[in-house]
Design a protein around this ligand. Structure first.
Ligand SMILES: Cc1cc2nc3c(=O)[nH]c(=O)nc-3n(C[C@H](O)[C@H](O)[C@H](O)COP(=O)(O)OP(=O)(O)OC[C@H]3O[C@@H](n4cnc5c(N)ncnc54)[C@H](O)[C@@H]3O)c2cc1C
Length: 430
C-alpha cells in the first residue's frame, strides 16, 4: 500500500467516510456519522452480517450511549435475561451458585445481549441510511491531499475523505496502514472458543461453569433460545500458530486441547464444535498501539485497542468509541486531525485501565491449580451463608463497575442539536 501523510489544515471538511467492518464498532459509528450529516459507507468482508459470538455486557457509559442511539428498548427486548450462574463438579453437581447479575458485575440499568443480536440491531437501524458493501474488503489505501483513494477486492476504486478501520482484533486496515499485526498484539496466555450447540443440559437462562487446572468450560442458554452456547477457555502461554480464517484448523486445536479431559460433559460438548456453523476461536489478546490514527485513517474498537474477552468491556468500549469519534468529527467541523487526537485523548486512559484489568483477570478464568479451584468453589458455596454476603457481592462488582464508568460520556453540542432538531428528547431517550 502507498501511504503518505499529507498536510491537512486547509482542507474542505471531510464528509465521506469509509468504515471497514460491520460488527459492533462499524455500524455504531455509521449511525452517529449519518446523524451528524456525514456520508458513511461500510465494507464488510463477510457475505452477510455475521451471527454468533458470546453474550456481551452493556454497563455504565455504554448503556448511556445505547440510550442516545435510541436502541436501549430493543436491547432490553433482546436481553439474555440470565438468572443464575453456577460452578459444577465432574458429576454435574452444583457446588456454588450466584445470581447472574453478580456473575456479570451488573447493576442498575446494565444489561446483557448476544453479540449477534446487538450487531443486527445496529445494522437494521442504519441500513436505510448507510451504504453497506458486503462480501468485499479494502485492497489498498493511497492517501493524498484531498482524501484517500481506496481499491477493493470486488468493487470499483473510490475516493473517500476519511477511512476508519473497525475490523476487529486482526484488523486488515491496521495491517495496511501500520504494518505487521504481531507488533501490536499481546497474547495473554489463553485461547477462547464459543459456538452454538444443542441444549442437552436443559439450561434455562442459566450458565454452568466447570473448572479444571488451566481450563474453563461453560454451557448456557439465554432467554428464548432453544439452543445453548458452549464456551471453552484454555491456557497456553506459547502462541499456537494457525490461520485465523481456517476454521477447521481451529476446531482441531480446540479438540486436541481438551482430548484428555473426561470430566463433566466435556467430551459431549466438544463434539458439538464439529457441527457448529458459528464457531468462534481466538487468542485472548490485547492490541496495544502508540497511536490510533495516521493521516486520514483512524482505528476504532478492537482494531485500535482490543481489551480481550477477559475484560468484559470490548463491546462497551467499541460503542463509546464510536460515539466519541463521531462527536469529535462533527465538533471539529472537518478538521479530522483535531478530531482524531481528541477521540484518542478521551478514550485512551480508560482503555489502558481496562487492559490492565484483563491481564489480571485472565488468570482467574484459567486457574492454574486444583487448590485455587477448590478455594473458589469453597468461597462460592459458603457465600450465601455468610452474614456479610452483600458486602462481598458488592466488592465483586466494584472493580467491574469502575471500569464500566471509566470513560465518561462527553457532551457534544451536535448531539443536543440533533435531539432538538429531531422529534425532541423522546426520539433519543430509550
Ligand atoms: C462473529 C464474531 C463473534 C465474536 N464472538 C465473541 C465472543 O464470543 N466473545 C468476545 O468477547 N468477543 C467476541 N467477538 C468480538 C467482539 O465482537 C468485539 O470484541 C467487540 O464487540 C468489539 O467489536 P468490533 O466491532 O471492534 O470488532 P469485531 O466484533 O471483531 O468486528 C470486526 C468486523 O470486521 C470484519 N472484518 C474483518 N476483516 C475485514 C476486512 N478485511 N474487510 C472488512 N471487514 C472485515 C469482521 O468480519 C467483523 O464483522 C466476536 C466478533 C465476531 C465478529
Amino acid at each position: 500500500m502507498t501511504h503518505t501523510v499529507h498536510p491537512t489544515s486547509a482542507h474542505r471538511p471531510a464528509r465521506t467516510v469509509l468504515i471497514s467492518g460491520a460488527s459492533i464498532a462499524g455500524p455504531a459509528l455509521a449511525l452517529w456519522l449519518h446523524r451528524y450529516g456525514f456520508e458513511p459507507t461500510v465494507v464488510e468482508r463477510a457475505d452477510e452480517l455475521r451471527a454468533g459470538g458470546y453474550k456481551v455486557d452493556l454497563r455504565g457509559t455504554a448503556v448511556d450511549v445505547c440510550r442516545r442511539m435510541g436502541i436501549m428498548d430493543e436491547v432490553r427486548a433482546h436481553s439474555t435475561d440470565m438468572q443464575t450462574g453456577s460452578y459444577v463438579d465432574e458429576n454435574n453437581r452444583t457446588v456454588g451458585e450466584m445470581p447472574a447479575e453478580i456473575f456479570g458485575g451488573r447493576t442498575g440499568d446494565d444489561d446483557e445481549i448476544m453479540r449477534g443480536d446487538l450487531a443486527r440491531i445496529l445494522y437494521e437501524r442504519t441500513r436505510d441510511d448507510v451504504e453497506y458493501l458486503f462480501g468485499d474488503s479494502i485492497s489498498s489505501l493511497a492517501e493524498d491531499e484531498d482524501g484517500v483513494l481506496v481499491t477493493f477486492e470486488n468493487s470499483a476504486p473510490r475516493r473517500f475523505d476519511l477511512v476508519v478501520g473497525a475490523d476487529g482484533m486482526h484488523s486488515h486496515t491496521r495491517r495496511l496502514v501500520f504494518g505487521d499485526a504481531q507488533r501490536f498484539r499481546r497474547h495473554l496466555g489463553a485461547y477462547i472458543s464459543i459456538f452454538t450447540a444443542p441444549n442437552d443440559l436443559n439450561l434455562d437462562r442459566h450458565e454452568a461453569y466447570h473448572a479444571l487446572p488451566n481450563k474453563l468450560v461453560c454451557a448456557y442458554s439465554s432467554r428464548g433460545e432453544q439452543k445453548a452456547k458452549n464456551m471453552f477457555v484454555f491456557a497456553s502461554p506459547a502462541e499456537i500458530p494457525y490461520d485465523h480464517r481456517d476454521v477447521a484448523a481451529q476446531k482441531s486445536i480446540l479438540t486436541n486441547a481438551f482430548s484428555q479431559d473426561r470430566s463433566w460433559e466435556i467430551p459431549r460438548l466438544l463434539t458439538n464444535a464439529e457441527s457448529a456453523d458459528d464457531f468462534y476461536f481466538d487468542s485472548i489478546s490485547l492490541i496495544e498501539m502508540d497511536r490510533w490514527s495516521k493521516g486520514r485513517i483512524v482505528l476504532l474498537g478492537d482494531a485500535a485497542h482490543c481489551t480481550s474477552p477477559a475484560s468484559g468491556q470490548g463491546t462497551g468500549l467499541a460503542l463509546i468509541g464510536a460515539y466519541t469519534l463521531a462527536g469529535e468529527l462533527a465538533a471539529a467541523e472537518g478538521d479530522f486531525e483535531k478530531a482524531f487526537a481528541a477521540y484518542e485523548h478521551h478514550m485512551r486512559p480508560g482503555v489502558e485501565h481496562t487492559q490492565a484489568f484483563a491481564q489480571k483477570f485472565v488468570g482467574e478464568m484459567t486457574m492454574d491449580s486444583k487448590w485455587k479451584i477448590k478455594l473458589r468453589l469453597l468461597m462460592l458455596r459458603s457465600l450465601p451463608k455468610m452474614p456479610w454476603r452483600n458486602f462481598i457481592a458488592k466488592k465483586i462488582t466494584e472493580d467491574v463497575q469502575k471500569m464500566a464508568h471509566i470513560v465518561p460520556i462527553k457532551e457534544y453540542r451536535e448531539y443536543r442539536e440533533y435531539v432538538e432538531d429531531a422529534a425532541g428528547p423522546a426520539r433519543c431517550a430509550a
